[in-house]
Design a protein around this ligand. Structure first.
Ligand code: FE2
Ligand code: FE2
Length: 391
């Protein structure tokens, strides 16, 4: 998964070197906050540091659970077929030096030589992407909070549960591959990265999907496309820097994300067919809340605004931008034929207009934010041994 989009970054501000408890301004998509970060005490070895919204739960009317039960067979015939058989799937080892082979050291040497040509800001993006992928336990948990589709036993044989487990298993290769690759480059501080992963998984995520598969499948449709775009862009940049192997790795991961996007957008397409009004309202609800990125609670124990800083670098390198956010929204509006939906309720009609015109408004805001972002500061990132990177 990918990045947070900064719709109105206050990048003209000069951030001090990151340290705990600095009051640097947080430009956050999470604005209604019900708790403040707590300091860890010896009696409480871990408590989430980042703030989350008021937690709304089980907002889907109970009778709608039946819709998902009735879609069991449809999901088997339309969604499970999008999974790849394990025997035909790529594995991280296909792209990494084989530790058993005679040529292992030579291959590692070549990998490290290629990686020397790549600048630090690129590594900040790739590390952020890898950390996001590595928080996969959180995403599987999120899917298993959903009413009507959760895996009730851990080995449930419903189509929804099979999808969630197999999706997780496919995604699991993404973090594995990027993690091992980055380790071999010798360019990044693995201990700081591993700490960030531990903090992030411990903190969870706050997508505001309220146990509703309507909200969550809209969220995942958006996210899979966002990751398809960001991995595609890190691949393109790796190629520009002359690392074709890394480009191939990013492209391979991006192709998985695209297939997952197909699955989730298909589910939402079906929901639009069965329940156009409810799905329209859910789509508008997610867009009103803004799609927070999966790793938005990221923390390395040093930088209070780590996620915002990582996102700013990704934005500057064009790995994932506010324009991409607007483009994804446009794509989904077209994919689900939202403009042409008819027979909606009063509220459905009203939010249909909101959703269909939102991308244009976001692009306008983005242009103004870009103007303000001209004097971006440099800040140190723990992931690259505290070296400075321009935001
Ligand atoms: Fe992924
Ligand atoms: Fe994904």
């Amino acid at each position: 998964m990918a990045l947070r989009v900064t719709l109105a970054p206050e990048m003209a501000l000069c951030f001090p070197p990151p340290k705990r408890n600095t009051k640097s301004p947080r430009v956050s998509m999470t604005s209604t906050i019900n708790s403040s970060p707590k300091d860890e005490s010896p009696k409480k070895p871990f408590s989430p540091r980042r703030e989350v919204h008021l937690q709304v739960t089980h907002s889907m009317p109970p009778h709608k659970v039946e819709i998902f039960k009735s879609l069991e067979e449809w999901a088997e015939n339309n969604i499970l077929v999008l999974l790849k058989p394990v025997e035909n799937s790529w594995q991280p080892q296909d792209f990494l030096p084989d530790s058993q082979s005679e040529g292992f050291y030579e291959e590692v040497k070549e990998l490290r030589e290629r990686s020397r040509e790549i600048p630090d800001d690129y590594y900040v993006c790739l590390v952020g992407d890898m950390i996001t992928e590595e928080a996969l336990p959180t995403y599987q948990t999120m899917l298993n909070t959903l009413d009507g589709v959760r895996d009730e036993t851990g080995a449930s044989l419903t189509s929804w549960a099979i999808w969630t487990r197999a999706w997780t298993a496919e995604e699991n290769r993404h973090g594995d591959l990027l993690n091992k690759y980055l380790y071999l480059t010798g360019r990044v501080d693995m201990k700081q990265i591993e700490k960030t992963i531990q903090y992030l998984i411990g903190s969870g995520m706050d997508p505001r999907t309220e146990n509703s598969p309507y909200l969550c499948f809209i969220y995942t449709s958006f996210q899979e496309r966002a990751t398809f775009i960001s991995h595609g862009n890190t691949g393109r940049l790796a190629k520009d820097h002359g690392d074709l192997k890394l480009a191939q790795i990013c492209g391979t991961i991006a192709a998985d994300e695209k297939r997952h996007e197909t699955a989730y957008t298909k589910i939402v397409e079906k929901l639009f067919e069965i329940d156009p009004d409810g799905t329209m309202i859910a789509f508008a609800d997610m867009m009103k809340k803004k799609i927070s990125m999966p790793a938005h609670l990221m923390d390395d124990g040093h930088d209070d605004n780590l996620f915002e800083h990582f996102s700013a670098v990704a934005q500057r390198l064009r790995v994932y931008t506010a324009k991409d956010y607007a483009d994804i929204l446009d794509f989904l509006v077209r994919r689900w034929n939202v403009e042409k939906l008819t027979g909606l309720s009063g509220e459905g009609n009203r939010v249909q207009d909101f959703v269909c015109t939102l991308a244009t408004r976001i692009r306008r805001l983005e242009e103004r934010a870009q103007e303000r972002a001209k004097r971006a500061p440099c800040i140190p990132f723990s992931w690259i041994y505290g070296r400075d990177v321009q935001l």
